[in-house]
Design a protein around this ligand. Structure first.
Ligand code: ZN
Length: 92
């Protein structure tokens, strides 16, 4: 195994440990023990935990919470982006 592969494996293990820590936090809070970590270009960019019980939401799995957070952040970023003063006339 190359140094590069070993480093990548180490990072993957770190992300898995991070997800496990989130799962433990979820369980301590009274939820199901699941955590999710979104990794982009080798870095953890978003994390979430299961909140099914405390949120009284059967869809609030760690991964769905993570995706919902990503969508919220994308919408906020889009809403804050500069826009043209008015749409071109060619747009229906
Ligand atoms: Zn799930």
């Amino acid at each position: 195994m190359s140094v590069r592969e070993r480093d990548a494996n180490q990072r993957d293990e770190d992300f898995a440990r991070q997800a496990s820590a989130l799962a433990r936090e979820a369980r301590r809070a009274g939820n199901h023990p699941f955590g999710a970590v979104l990794v982009l270009d080798g870095a953890a960019v978003l994390t979430a935990a299961n909140t099914v019980t405390t949120g009284r939401d059967p869809t609030a799995h760690a991964e769905t919470n993570l995706v919902a957070d990503a969508i919220r952040r994308a919408l906020v970023t889009r809403a804050r982006a500069p826009r043209p003063a008015r749409l071109p006339d060619s747009v229906p």
